[in-house]
Design a protein around this ligand. Structure first.
Ligand SMILES: Cc1cc2nc3c(=O)[nH]c(=O)nc-3n(C[C@H](O)[C@H](O)[C@H](O)COP(=O)(O)OP(=O)(O)OC[C@H]3O[C@@H](n4cnc5c(N)ncnc54)[C@H](O)[C@@H]3O)c2cc1C
Length: 423
């Protein structure tokens, strides 16, 4: 019998656990450790910010489906991983030993990187449901007394799509409330150009997203290094080179949502050979760590080098489709090793993203995610908005019913087929 522990039950971890249970042998135990007892559908959080979704709509209880599936579900926070003794230490004092471990803990949100950043200071966030709900309260207050808005992603962020979604969705909602004319909107991003997305663009995301911004009267600052944020102001150095400032900006703001940089969780810091200096887990193309081959990692918690063509640090995003493929590869490999085989399966690392703008949207498909690519395409329209709503419903229903995780693969295949894209 083997003990297989999945640490983290987010977008990657839940699907991974369901999949592992189906692929493991009857005698193996699958254990999930998560610091909360529910799953939050992070891609819907920008909708929570403007009040289009409630907590109940975008979260599901995990206790019942895990039990039904025969997975041991432990609600506890890991405080330290000891890879040499194969033990996870938890906040409650519990220690959980494993034969195989899949780390799927997502990011720690590094608000401390910039003075004044984050929901405990002067900007809102959509990275966690609690933050998105707090942002909704702030947004409602803002709407009673509108002023300038700044939305974007700070230097070192590795997630850009939700910043575009948030700014466009806010624009749509302000128009519905008929107060858009009272609001100056600015998009501030570390990206070298609009639509870079940490991926050096996908298809014509530059043209499509710039055009959306122009149509909505949203101005932008790229190559932005945010130096400080106070109660009503954001201080930004727009860079000309990596060292030279092109222009200093001091923008007034009454409401702001800025995506923070990510780092690895505290329990994974300073583990030589397992993690990089930021605490992201090193994995090879088969999703396991070379020093500790019984440790696999999937999702935002893994180390991926940046693309390296920007003036300020821009991280590479880890999106749902690629995370799903990492979960597939990791579980296939553990199942093979359990049966005396080789851990030789690889994730596809493709990206499909539906960036919703509330009344339309931009979809992009990158196969593989890192260029050069076999499929490199982006398109816009109302179908993207409708597609995202449908996807949310399908995805959450599948998780509730304990279905494993081919949701992204299915939607990618459908989108490619409908749009007659080969790939
Ligand atoms: C606002 C936003 C919108 C996004 N929208 C999209 C989108 O539309 N499409 C797309 O493809 N991608 C999107 N992404 C990117 C990505 O798909 C998501 O971030 C996704 O949730 C990442 O999955 P994950 O499993 O790596 O991490 P998470 O989903 O963050 O899961 C990590 C889990 O680990 C748990 N955990 C953390 N620390 C501990 C600990 N110490 N002990 C125990 N458990 C712990 C957390 O509670 C959580 O349950 C979005 C990201 C953000 C931030």
């Amino acid at each position: 019998m083997a003990k297989i522990v999945i640490l983290g039950a987010g977008l990657g971890g839940v699907g991974c656990a369901y999949e592992m249970k189906e692929k493991a042998r009857r005698e193996d135990e699958v254990i999930v450790i998560n610091d909360i007892d529910y799953y939050q559908f992070v891609p819907s959080h920008p909708w929570v910010l403007v009040g289009w979704r409630t907590r109940e709509k975008v979260t599901i209880d995990l206790v019942a489906p895990m039990k039904k599936k025969g997975i041991t579900f432990i609600v506890d926070a890991a405080t330290k991983l000891d890879p040499d003794t194969k033990t996870i230490h938890c906040q409650s004092g519990r220690m959980v030993e494993y034969d195989y471990l899949v780390i799927a803990t997502g990011p720690t949100l590094a608000y401390g990187a910039i003075e004044g950043l984050g929901p405990n200071a002067h900007t809102q966030s959509v990275c966690h449901i609690d933050h998105a709900l707090q942002a909704n309260d702030a947004f409602e207050k803002f709407c009673k007394n509108p002023g300038p808005i700044i939305v974007g992603a700070v230097q070192g962020a590795s997630c850009y799509g939700p910043a575009y979604e948030t700014v466009m969705i806010i624009d749509t909602e302000l128009k519905r409330r008929k107060i858009r004319d009272k609001v100056k909107m600015t998009f501030v991003t570390a990206e070298p150009y609009i639509g870079h997305l940490g991926l050096d663009g996908v298809g014509d995301t530059k043209g499509l997203l710039e055009s959306e911004m122009r149509n909505r009267h949203i101005s932008w600052i790229t190559n932005a290094k945010v130096t400080k944020i106070t109660a009503g102001k954001m201080y930004i150095d727009e860079m000309a080179t990596t060292k030279k400032v092109k222009q200093k900006h001091e923008l007034d703001m009454s409401f702001s949502m800025m995506l923070p940089p990510f780092k690895g969780i505290n329990a994974l810091q300073n583990l030589d050979g397992l993690v990089n200096p930021a605490g992201f887990v090193f994995v090879n193309k088969n999703q396991y760590n070379d020093k500790y081959p019984e440790i696999y990692a999937i999702g935002v918690c893994i180390a991926i080098p940046p693309m390296g063509n920007s003036l300020v640090p821009v991280g590479v995003p880890k999106t749902g489709y690629m995370i799903e493929s990492m979960a597939m590869a990791a579980t296939d490999n553990i199942a093979r090793v359990l049966r005396g085989g080789e851990a030789d399966q690889e994730a596809t690392w493709n990206a499909i993203c539906l960036a919703d703008f509330g009344d339309g949207g931009v979809a992009f498909i990158a196969k593989p995610q890192i260029p050069p690519r076999n499929v490199n395409t982006a398109f816009s329209g109302k179908t993207v908005h409708l597609g995202k709503i449908a996807f949310e419903k399908v995805f959450l229903n599948r998780l509730k019913r304990g279905k494993s995780s081919s949701a992204f693969e299915n939607i990618a295949t459908k989108i490619l087929k409908v749009n007659k894209i080969k790939g």
